[in-house]
Design a protein around this ligand. Structure first.
Ligand code: NIG
Ligand code: FE
Length: 389
């Protein structure tokens, strides 16, 4: 079954070879042919081949589906009271994670899965066609493994984050918790995950603990990614680059040496502006990273504590307004950048052979995603070739 999506006013391909010479590879008056779950053809609408059915985009803009490469969607409860307190002047601290750990442990599998699918549907309506999600609110072998099992039913991008904070059960024995995370818990979790992550931060895990955790995960076939330099300067970014992690996430407090390491290494800098928005923190400096030559991804960090948004368009708008990105850069980072952070070449671009993950905007140009913040512009979504919105 093939579909010709035609009369596309402006098409972001993220493939400069197909469009203008910019990283977005823009094609005007374009068409795309979807065949099964793949893109079969991209080009000028006037040259488009025939297909089984046609869809008229009405001159609107089309972009690759968003790749949200960082979220925490397996959780119970919410943290409205904490948010309220923060908006009255209280500072964010990683300690709030314990509230969600208690609610997650108390939730049934069915409740956790229903919550997860609710936020996935929400994200899909806003154009997200690929998402990564993590454990990290269980912190026992049983609860971490079940979080990953549930997540794995909905995405192949599953991350083991047993090292989110030291479990409250090990408050007096952090070394014992690291042993658990790198031993029995890792053995139970590794079969369900592709990635291993650690929150490298004061109040969570220091550089030595993080190195031990990521190295143990790598020995079990998991690929590292790191929550790095979110709340303060620290060793997370350097460690991520040293271990060739796929991404260093947050990157809010960076020294010049951190920026250099990201620019010269193979680790993507993933920026999560929803967290700075919701914690009233200083913005990460995307401009500094881009000017240095780093690869930047944008993601939601969706979680009930620090960033309770599933909206990639919202993150794009923040990144453009407050982090020094141009609209083109932000859209690239939310699509191709996310794909790079997940080491995927089949998503985040619209090109023959790529997965048919496409978002149609109720707008003449992708720039409207930043220009018209808060407006639900995603009108139609195809995921793996299936029109699902
Ligand atoms: O990425 N920083 C660590 N983890 C999450 C927040 C988790 C929470 O507050 O529940 C983050 O921001
Ligand atoms: Fe996070």
């Amino acid at each position: 079954m093939s579909t010709l999506v035609t009369n596309i006013g402006s098409l972001v391909t993220n493939d400069p070879a197909q469009g203008d010479a910019t990283p977005l590879g823009l094609v005007l008056d374009a068409a795309v042919v979807i065949d099964g779950d793949r893109i079969a053809w991209v080009g000028a609408a006037a040259d488009a081949p025939a297909a089984d059915e046609a869809f008229d985009a009405g001159g609107r803009a089309v972009i690759p589906g968003f790749v949200d490469s960082h979220s925490h969607l397996v959780f119970g409860g919410d943290r409205t009271a904490e948010f309220n307190a923060r908006m009255s002047g209280r500072a964010y601290s990683a300690g709030g994670i314990r509230t969600t750990v208690a609610a997650t442990r108390a939730a049934s599998d069915a409740a956790l899965e229903a919550n997860l699918t609710r936020y996935l549907d929400e994200a899909l309506r806003q154009g997200t066609t690929t998402f990564e999600t993590k454990s990290g609110y269980g912190l026992t072998t049983h609860d971490e493994a079940r979080a990953l099992r549930i997540a794995a039913q909905h995405t192949e991008e599953v991350t083991y984050l047993g090292a989110h904070i030291v479990s409250p059960d090990y408050a007096d024995d952090p070394a014992g918790y690291v042993d658990l995370v790198t031993g029995e818990m890792l053995d139970a979790c590794a079969p369900h995950a592709r990635w291993i992550d650690v929150f490298c931060e004061k109040g969570a895990f220091d550089g030595d603990q993080a190195r031990a955790i990521l190295t143990a995960g790598r020995a079990k076939g998991l690929i590292p990614r790191v929550h790095a330099n979110q709340l303060s300067f620290g060793p997370g970014v350097q460690l991520a680059v040293e271990l060739d992690a796929a991404s260093a996430d947050h990157c809010t407090h960076l020294t010049d040496a951190d920026v250099d390491a990201l620019a010269n290494g193979g680790t993507v800098a993933t920026l999560l502006p929803g967290a700075e928005f919701s914690t009233r923190a200083v913005w990460p400096d995307a401009r500094r990273l881009l000017d240095a030559g780093a690869t930047v991804a944008l993601s939601t960090d969706c979680n009930p504590g620090s960033s309770f948004t599933s909206s990639m368009p919202f993150c794009i708008a923040l990144a453009v307004r407050d982090m020094g990105m141009t609209p083109d850069e932000a859209i690239w980072s939310a699509t191709a950048g996310g794909a790079a952070a997940l080491r995927r070449s089949d998503i985040g671009r619209i090109a023959p052979g790529a997965r048919a993950d496409i978002a149609l905007l109720d707008a003449p140009s992708h720039v409207h995603l930043a220009y018209r913040p808060g407006v639900p512009l995603v009108s139609d979504v195809w995921r793996q070739g299936v029109r699902c919105r």
